[in-house]
Design a protein around this ligand. Structure first.
Ligand SMILES: [Ca+2]
Ligand SMILES: [Ca+2]
Ligand SMILES: [Ca+2]
Ligand SMILES: [Ca+2]
Length: 317
């Protein structure tokens, strides 16, 4: 696994961490088991069961595994994967029953699928010659967009949710990544450094009409479309530390939401559109937080006292 390959598809979890910040990203010592509550079981369809699950990647065991936490009862934390390799970048399906994620458990990075309770973990991409990552569900649950370097550099692809019909959507020498579908399924937002530094772009879901919506010398990355389709949340370091920004989907009205001296990254919308989950090191190690759209009431939901990184939240429907 090349370092460059890992960085490109774990773009904020790894590039931002390793290259931008001065905060230590060395592997934390493994805490005792008492630090991990695994009493809850993430039943498929979290809304029906009264839970509000956020699925995320954590280095609690040393390598990344995927966990969920119920934001209505933070003691309900469930470990969903258990390999010595990295299981990361989870994205919960629109019906809440499946989780797509990336893993190098088979020797190279691939996109995997599992049930929301962690069962039936399956390799979807089966492409041993390259790295695949950044899975993102289409709103109808029929497609998964992802990134791969199989054609020589990082490009965005889509495939059917069973792994068939893997199709390239971008085609240029720059680094294209972090796809996210608009709620109506017609468009995909992504980031690319094709114009010299990372900017947010939007294209049709078939790859046509690729258009830039940010223009800033700093890094603008990790777009996540709001549930009503009007806004895109993203990460930018234009204010010298990582912040979550909101921008209208047509490129107007950029707003710094977090305005916090810590590094804030990895936005994921609550399905009701009223809150955003994100990752921040404002209290030391990267942990998962939720906040209102104006940045108020930022609340740590994965525990600030424990010295390992929690990143890349995906808020389940
Ligand atoms: Ca692969
Ligand atoms: Ca490219
Ligand atoms: Ca930029
Ligand atoms: Ca910040």
């Amino acid at each position: 696994m090349k370092k460059s390959a890992l960085a490109a598809f774990s773009i904020l979890a790894v590039i931002a961490c390793l290259l931008i910040t001065n905060v230590s990203c060395t592997q934390p010592s493994q805490p005792s088991n008492s630090g991990q509550n695994t009493t809850g079981v993430a039943a498929p369809g979290s809304k029906a069961s009264g839970m509000q699950l956020i699925v995320y990647q954590s280095k609690w065991s040393g390598a990344y595994d995927i966990y969920s936490v119920d934001v209505t009862d933070l003691t309900k934390k469930t470990r969903l994967t258990d390999t010595s390799k990295n299981d990361m970048e989870p994205d919960v399906s629109p019906n809440g029953r499946l989780i797509a994620f990336s893993s190098n458990r088979d020797g190279n990075y691939e996109i995997y699928l599992m049930n929301a309770d962690g069962t039936a973990q399956t390799n979807l991409t089966n492409y041993p010659g390259s790295s695949e990552g950044n899975p993102a569900w289409s709103p109808d649950g029929k497609w998964i967009a992802f990134v791969s370097n199989r054609d020589g550099n990082w490009e965005i692809y889509s495939m059917a949710a069973d792994g068939t019909n893997q199709t390239r959507l971008t085609n240029n020498n720059a680094e294209d990544g972090w796809p996210d579908w608009s709620p109506d399924g017609s468009k995909i937002a992504f980031h690319s450094n094709r114009d010299g530094n990372f900017e947010i772009f939007v294209m049709n879901s078939d790859g046509t009409d690729q258009a830039r919506i940010t223009k800033n010398d700093a890094r603008d990355m990790a777009p996540e479309w709001s549930p009503d389709g009007t806004k895109i949340a993203f990460f930018s370091d234009r204010d010298k530390n990582g912040e979550i920004y909101l921008i209208s989907a047509d490129g107007r009205g950029e707003t710094n939401v977090t305005s916090n001296p810590g590094w804030d990254k990895d936005p994921s919308w609550c399905p009701d559109g009223k809150r955003i989950a994100f990752c921040s090191n404002r209290e030391g190690y990267y942990k998962i937080y939720v906040m209102n759209l104006d940045g108020t009431d930022a609340t740590n939901v994965t525990g600030k006292l424990i010295t390992y990184e929690d990143e890349h939240p995906s808020w389940a429907p």
